[in-house]
Design a protein around this ligand. Structure first.
Ligand code: LLP
Length: 410
């Protein structure tokens, strides 16, 4: 059952009018919400020296990155391309953490040449890194703490069978390599998963970090990763950030005081910063009644918002064009040649062809996971900032689709 429908306004501007101005489909972001999320994180962790390293992958539009920078955040980048995008947004190399997973060493070299810190995620990478750079380039180690956490298997990254990081059980091997090549380890990192509700998981992760930290005298930070859960529908539980902040900060301060360590606490939130800021507006192409179900077919699909298909994720839907209409049950589906059900069994105010519908919580992993499947074009992006709605990415056009194809004379 959908929550009560009401007009959605971003900084005093009706979402519907923004979508009418820029066309459908369109991703629309509320910049103020991103800044307020950053502030709430800063206040939850006010008693520790906090550094926020926004997980670029969640939403990597350069204007959004500039906003994060303006609000005092740094960034975590998982590919050399994300590193470059962050630099385009004005981040200095020193504000970027590069957390690759199983990349070719060429890419690591590129990051080092740009002056960006590498988060080492395997023993072979550590060996190659050490042999090449010795103690000339400070580095971080991504530890796999063997903690099962996260909303579903695809987004659980810190358990014993996960590909990520170097197992905490391999600490002796890590220490051998650090010693052999005199690698300067300044940070230890964990990221156990996404959609983590429980403060306990972060505390358990912290304990792994604290114990490992005893072996690294040059540390300047401990990175607890991201993964805070946001509410995807009314009544959905979300991470209690004040609780996580209080508990994790207390444990962190206790560790630092007890062992006389002077460390920063780093966090890498993606969803928490941008999920709720994002609205994905689509248009109803067809309302199709079948013997059992009424489908609303929209001008979008899994090519623009894959989360419902990939993770069975729930995104609340509103009918912007008929908010007061009689509630009826619908399946909202895409136009892709697969069963791309974006929203199943939802009560929505009666939908007619041409109505604008909005998916909420679309800021994180929406456009950043989009594709050109079925040779469809990616939507536009709009940022509402300082009371103005502005285009921050043009809608793709047909030429974008075939730009890189080399057509043979056949
Ligand atoms: N740090 C690292 C090393 C990560 O791998 C991730 C996410 C984050 C931070 C940020 O996690 P967040 O705070 O956004 O939960 N596409 C999935 C989520 C995948 C997350 C992958 N790593 C989704 O849409 O639910």
């Amino acid at each position: 059952m959908s929550a009560a429908q009401h007009p959605i306004q971003l900084q005093g501007i009706a979402l519907e009018s923004i979508a009418q101005e820029f066309g459908s489909p369109v991703y629309i972001y509320d910049g103020e919400k991103i800044v307020s999320q950053i502030k709430s994180l800063q206040s939850a962790f006010a008693t520790v020296p906090l550094k926020i390293k926004y997980a670029t992958k969640a939403l990597s539009n350069i204007s959004i990155l500039k906003l994060v920078k303006k609000a005092g955040g740094g960034v975590d980048a998982v590919s050399i391309e994300e590193v470059r995008i962050c630099m385009e947004a004005g981040f200095a190399a020193s504000e970027i953490m590069y957390t690759p997973s199983g990349v070719n060493f060429r890419e690591v070299k590129e990051a080092v040449e740009l002056g960006v810190m590498v988060n080492i995620d395997s023993l072979p990478l550590m060996e190659e890194f050490g042999a090449r750079y010795g103690n000339t380039m400070p580095a971080c180690i991504r530890i796999n703490p063997h903690i099962m956490a996260g909303g579903n298997a695809k987004i659980s990254t810190g358990h014993i069978q996960s590909k990520f990081g170097i197992s905490i059980q391999q600490l002796p091997e890590i220490l051998d390599l650090v010693k052999k090549f005199d690698i300067k380890i300044v940070g230890l990192h964990i990221h156990t998963g996404s959609d983590i509700l429980d403060a306990e998981i972060f505390l358990r992760g912290g304990n792994v970090l604290f114990e490992a930290a005893m072996n690294f005298p040059d540390l300047t930070f401990l990175d607890f990763g991201g993964g805070f859960k946001v509410a995807y529908k009314a009544g959905d539980p979300a991470t209690d950030m004040a609780e996580v902040g209080t508990k994790v900060s207390a444990a962190f301060n206790e560790f630092c005081d007890k062992y006389g360590r002077k460390l920063e606490l780093w966090l890498e939130p993606g969803k928490f910063l941008v999920s709720e800021s994002g609205y994905f507006v689509v248009e109803a192409n067809v309302v199709k009644k079948t013997p059992q179900i009424t489908f609303v077919g929209v001008d979008s699909g899994l090519n623009h918002l894959i989360r419902p298909m990939m993770y069975d994720a729930f995104h609340d839907v509103y009918n912007l064009s008929n908010p007061d209409g009689e509630l009826k049950p619908y399946n909202v589906v895409g136009y892709i040649c697969e069963t791309d059900t974006l929203a199943k069994d939802r009560m929505l105010p009666a939908v007619s062809r041409g109505d604008l519908l909005v998916f909420k919580n679309a800021g994180a992993y929406g456009i950043s996971m989009s594709s050109n499947y079925n040779s469809r074009l990616r939507p536009a992006e709009v940022l509402v900032w300082e009371g103005k709605a502005q285009l921050i990415r043009k809608r793709e056009v047909f030429e974008d689709l075939i730009r890189n194809q080399i057509v043979l004379d056949i």
